[in-house]
Ligand binder design. Structure first.
Ligand SMILES: Cc1cc2nc3c(=O)[nH]c(=O)nc-3n(C[C@H](O)[C@H](O)[C@H](O)COP(=O)(O)OP(=O)(O)OC[C@H]3O[C@@H](n4cnc5c(N)ncnc54)[C@H](O)[C@@H]3O)c2cc1C
Ligand code: SF4
Length: 472
């Protein structure tokens, strides 16, 4: 171990930019076994492992690095899977530069961070290849049942924990495939879909019952789930797209980011997408402008490149340093030919009857910091300019739906942001035996946080159910 000074950081090979933009396959090649050993040995085995605190799942990284370096991959895998339900997914799509690797001591010391995410993925893929991952067989089947609303990472992580404890688990999902944003939001060049479906199949084989095309609040009511099940876990994410407020924002050429990405992911499954066939969601030969600077915006620009757009521009009101998206994704987008217009914001969209279609925009400058510590962008007088845009993709973030109305549950308390209130009682909402986890509690966040909350909420449901039984 501790070879970080002699052996350099070696990240998994990236496919060449000119090659990877021709398809929607993942862009990173898996880390080979020999590299896995070599790179694990770089771990500094810190007495106070900052990487572990940088990981929302509190993954025991130094210990599994030690085992992996010693060639004990099975033990390393067991340890990594003990705290993470979806390690092969986190290894691929966690923004490691902002989490575990961002605080890695060799990285901080200028030697390059240990490639934690790539090693986690490689160990997990080895586990799948070797058949170490088998369906969950609870020691004892219990009569207790839990209904989970939503099959994103929060719902899936909770389902696995509850099945391990022997609970009967039913997942209600309004989409036609399980996985939430793992399936329909995140593009396959970051996360191929068979990786997600392999996990949902595993849960299916583990006895989790998925009800697809079943929307709670429409096809089935929350009240019915509460009367049928011992507990309900709400894990429906956040799906209300924030809208552009400029004149012309309602034009047909303005597309919400998630509608665009869902369309692209559906095409990857071989589905027919009418709005794509009719051209509205098809970027081919068009000049595309994506508005926003987060990971969703990065996914949209890179999808547009792959669909054959003639030019892709990203317009963001702050500067590069203050963009919320991952650095790695920015670098990938740049390499793939995306142009960035920092410190710029749209003022009007001219689509109908204007040839060529365009956006009128203005330059911004950064003013005093806001309450969240980020600098407030302000318009620069006299800085108007125009950008050609045949299609505008709005990637401005997401808010929660009105869940008390949707679920006909006026007593379901929400925060001032519309997310579900759970704070006072761990993950239990204001409704007895109704819990909540993931983005619908935290607001739009990360997969790894959804997994963490799904696991913790499941642990609380298990604890409360058993405690009640013992007290009876
Ligand atoms: C485009 C995009 C890219 C992203 N990229 C990354 C990334 O690279 N890395 C990362 O860590 N995070 C990323 N994220 C964020 C991440 O995907 C989310 O934080 C995470 O998926 C939240 O998990 P969740 O389980 O809370 O909700 P979701 O994944 O949103 O799943 C919720 C599920 O509930 C279902 N549902 C909702 N309401 C109902 C209802 N009433 N009845 C039945 N079903 C319902 C939905 O259909 C959905 O399937 C990205 C997000 C987006 C939008
Ligand atoms: S789950 Fe994410 S943050 Fe945690 S060790 Fe893995 S890649 Fe890093």
């Amino acid at each position: 171990m501790l070879t970080f000074a002699q052996t350099g950081r070696s990240a998994p090979a990236r496919r060449k930019n000119t090659d990877r933009v021709t398809d929607f396959d993942e862009i990173y090649k898996p880390l080979e076994m020999q590299k896995l050993h070599e790179q694990s040995e770089r771990c500094a085995q810190c007495g106070v492992p900052f990487c572990q605190s940088g990981c929302p799942l509190d993954n025991n990284i130094p210990d599994w690095m030690n085992l992996a370096a010693a060639g004990q991959e099975r033990d390393a895998w067991d340890l990594s899977a003990a705290t993470n339900t979806l390690p092969e997914i986190c290894g691929r799509i966690c923004p490691q530069d902002k989490l575990c690797e961002g605080v890695c001591v060799p990285g901080q010391a200028g030697f390059g961070a240990v490639t934690i995410g790539a090693i986690e993925t490689a160990l997990s893929e080895r586990a799948w290849d070797e058949g170490w991952i088998t369906p969950i067989k609870p020691k004892q089947e219990l009569e207790h049942s839990v209904a989970i609303v939503g099959s994103g990472p929060a719902g899936l992580a909770a389902a696995a924990m509850l099945r391990e404890a022997g609970f009967q688990v039913e997942v209600f999902e309004r989409a036609d495939r399980p996985g939430g944003l793992l399936t329909y939001g995140i593009p396959s060049f970051k996360l191929e879909k068979d990786i997600v479906l392999r996990r949902t199949d595993w849960l299916d084989q583990s006895g989790v019952h998925f009800h697809l095309n079943c929307e709670v609040g429409a096809d089935v009511q929350l009240a019915d789930l509460r009367s049928k099940h011992g507990a309900v876990l709400l894990a429906g994410g956040v799906y209300e797209a924030r809208r552009l407020n400029t004149p012309g924002a309602g034009e047909d050429m303005v597309v919400p980011a998630l509608e665009y990405l869902i369309g692209a992911n559906r095409l990857g499954f071989g589905d027919t997408v009418e709005a794509f066939s009719q051209g509205r969601l098809n970027a081919r030969d068009k000049q595309i402008v994506v508005i926003g600077g987060g990971d969703t915006a990065m996914d949209c620009v890179r999808t547009a490149v792959r669909q054959g757009a003639s030019k892709v521009t990203c317009l963001y009101r702050r500067n590069e340093t203050n963009m919320p998206g991952s650095r790695q994704e920015l670098e990938n987008a740049r390499e793939e030919g995306v142009e960035f217009l920092w410190l710029a914001t749209p003022k009007a969209i001219h689509g109908k009857n204007v040839v060529p279609n365009k956006i009128k925009a203005v330059r911004m400058q950064l003013g005093a910091p806001q309450a969240d510590g980020r600098a407030q962008p302000e318009e620069m007088p006299g800085s108007a300019f125009e950008v050609r845009a045949d299609m505008v993709i709005a990637a401005l973030g997401f808010s929660p739906e009105d869940l008390p109305s949707k679920f006909a549950a006026p007593d379901l308390e929400t925060t001032k942001w519309g997310t579900l209130s759970v704070g006072r009682k761990g993950y239990e909402t204001s409704l007895a035996r109704v819990y909540a986890a993931g983005d619908c509690v935290r607001g739009a966040s990360l997969v790894v946080w959804a997994i963490r909350e799904g696991r913790d909420a499941a642990a609380q449901i298990i604890h409360n159910t058993i405690a009640k039984e013992l007290a009876a």
